[in-house]
Design a protein. Structure first.
Length: 66
C-alpha cells in the first residue's frame, strides 16, 4: 500500500503545473552547470598557459627593474 501511495504522489506532482515549472528550472540549471563545466575543461589549458606567460613577464620585468 505504501508504494502505491508514493507513486500516486509522484503522479500528482508531475501533473501539477508548478511541479512542471520546477522540473524545467532544474533541467535548465543542470544544463547551465554542464555547459560551464564543459567550458572550463575546454579552456583550462589555454588559461593556464596564458597565466604562466603573464606571470613570467611580470617576474622578468620586476627582475630587470631591480
Amino acid at each position: 500500500m505504501k508504494r502505491g501511495r508514493q507513486i500516486g504522489q509522484v503522479v500528482r506532482f508531475l501533473r501539477d503545473e508548478e511541479a512542471l515549472v520546477t522540473l524545467e528550472w532544474v533541467a535548465l540549471a543542470a544544463a547551465v552547470i554542464i555547459l560551464a563545466i564543459g567550458t572550463i575543461i575546454v579552456i583550462q589549458g589555454q588559461v593556464n598557459t596564458a597565466a604562466s606567460t603573464v606571470g613570467s613577464a611580470i617576474v622578468s620585468t620586476v627582475q630587470s627593474n631591480s
